[in-house]
Design a protein around this ligand. Sequence first.
Ligand code: MOS
Length: 755
Amino acid sequence: MPLDPASPSPQHRRHGSNMGQPLTRRDGVLKVTGRATYAADNHPDGMLYAVIAVSTIARGRVTALDVESAMAHPGVVEVLTPTNRPPLAHDPDEKMPPFGFRVEVLQDDTVRYVNQPIAMVIGETWEAATEAAALLDPQYEVESARTELKSGKRYDLAAIGIGAPPRTAHGDVEAGLKAAAQVTEADYVTPSQYHNAMEPHAIVAEWDGDRVTIDMPNQAMALSCAAYAAYFGIPAENVLIRSPFLGGGFGSKAILNGPQILAVLAARMLGRPVKLSLTRAQMYGPVGHRGRTWQKLRIGTDHDGRLTALHHRALCATSSFDEFIEPAANASLPLYASPAILAEHEGLRLDIGTPGPMRAPGEASGSAALEVAMDEAAQACGMDPLAFRLANYAETEPGTGRPFSSKALRECYAEGAKRFGWAGRPIEPRQMRDENGFLVGWGMGSAVFPCPHFPAEARATLRADGTALVETAGADMGQGAWTALAQIAAEALGLDPDQVELHSGISSLPDGGIAGGSGHTASAGLALHNAGQDAIARLAELATADPASPLFGAGNIGVVARSGRLHRRDDSGRSETYAKILTRAGRTEVVGKARAARDEAAASTHAMYSHGAVFAEVKVDPDLGQMRVTRLVGAFAAGRIINPRLVRSQYFGGMIWGISFALLEEAITDRRTGRIMNADLAEYHVPINADAPSLEAILVPEDDPYVNPLGVKGVGEIGITGTVGAIANAVWHATGVRVRRFPIRIEDVLVNQPT
Ligand code: MOS
């Protein structure tokens, strides 16, 4: 039987080599058979249903609510408004560090954006609460909506993203531009996008005295426990969050939001469990989104097509009352070598909900502009876009000079180009047609993503029956974390993954860190690895101190764990099973514990990123302007691959987001009212199967000894960063039309089509 890495069978599972095996998802069967329980599937006894009422204006005041009619509706238990909302122990107008935002929890009658919560109705049934919410008939004092570039207020920033400086400069860009033989300068616009996870933000809260149990999808349990504790004035250990499964997070489930806090508050106020599940439309406002950007790039090149200066400026939208600034211009910092780089940001206050992290925040929107700008600079130099990238990609981190912990980017360019068949691509646009007369274009983009590492803890228990239980809090967002993490733990424990039970998804377990920034596998994985090693060390102590063991006297460093046995390192024929060691010692189990964090010494000497290159083919109907992505090839180097099946799937997901960003996604605001006109999945476009073409992801081998002891990097978000620009560049190559506003629309290529 041929060994196909995409379809493993048990005989392909190699002992002692759990990492690298394409195992299927542990939770797959539960999910496809409907047995995986999501937050909204919980129905504790006596549960009430909460429904929020949201504002239909973007700015002003609520002057009246017909609470009387709502309360009179059969089955209604309570109506929460700013008048009767119980106090919170933490001021909701104060940000909650480290990543929290100001939350709207009915603190006053002010309206600051459309879909802001203005009341919450709690009823015996969802229908009663929904009906009553519709009876509230809010009256407003309306002020004009400032939702456009012209009406927004520009301001200077103190920080961007989750705390980075708004301006970073290496060298003198003005001097570099002056010295350039060519200067390419253009403006780029990216839209507001909403996470649109399949699973809405749902929550079920049940209090018992001053303890609360919360079922909710959650990407950062320990932080959320601390935040709920602060809002409710209780110790963090009194908050239990259960988040076994997530129906998509994309950043929107890492940070507490107003509606969920109100539901927990209502449950305490009424002394009964309360469930709240946002409607799709209600997710367009209070739970974050990717903010709009207006970007300018100036690229100077010399006669050989080498960069002399790279200037990236981003104006980024945030709300009128809080801040999350998409760190878009920073996408220009780590990728291309230029003697001068300037990345700077400015804020724009609008009457919108506060943006937040969403699918490669900053990298996605910033690289979209950067990769198109690089294509334009290549064009100005008369160079092939790939040759231009090869002439300019950074060998060491620009500005700092730190070496990249690995240098696989060149290999990504080479492997991707080869697989795609890039060679022979005509430099001029509109040169290729398919058999149906469609214009064909090829474009490419570079991909880069940092490697964050969140502190995490784990526990590993070796049992006398030779199996193990490993534990760390954290949700499987669908990426397959539980499968990959079990593989890492199994490797450390010298067991097969199917001998390792993994418990996760509840906050009472050791803190698994944050499932975000594409850093979960590295962070929780290293904690599990260390915990596994700790358990093995404890087991080895038992054996090597026991005269009855064949390992007696071997000492701690003298044994290796493999296939459920400890072996003498100097004589592998002398070995003993874990079960035997534990049984003879009269133990039912041995427990290892560990925490893991970034190796700051390595992080200070090396720059840590995943790299990649994406190649796209589009076909454009020359008469109708209709665009289709017909092929995408991505080559990515992201350190050690724990599970190629899951990693490939992550890359595909990222690349499909790239299609989404390039051609489909945009929330459209009615400039008269500030209302979002397509706040649903019918008119907010995301790719479906028919939009996703033949996808290929090449896993470029990369051995990175610095990033962490496992050599693991993130794979979740890098796919989007190269793909957006690659598609936009392919559209140019097909049509000759350079579109600098996302998503690219039919009218963009039709109206501007060269004759
Ligand atoms: Mo992600 S935007 O780091 O959850």
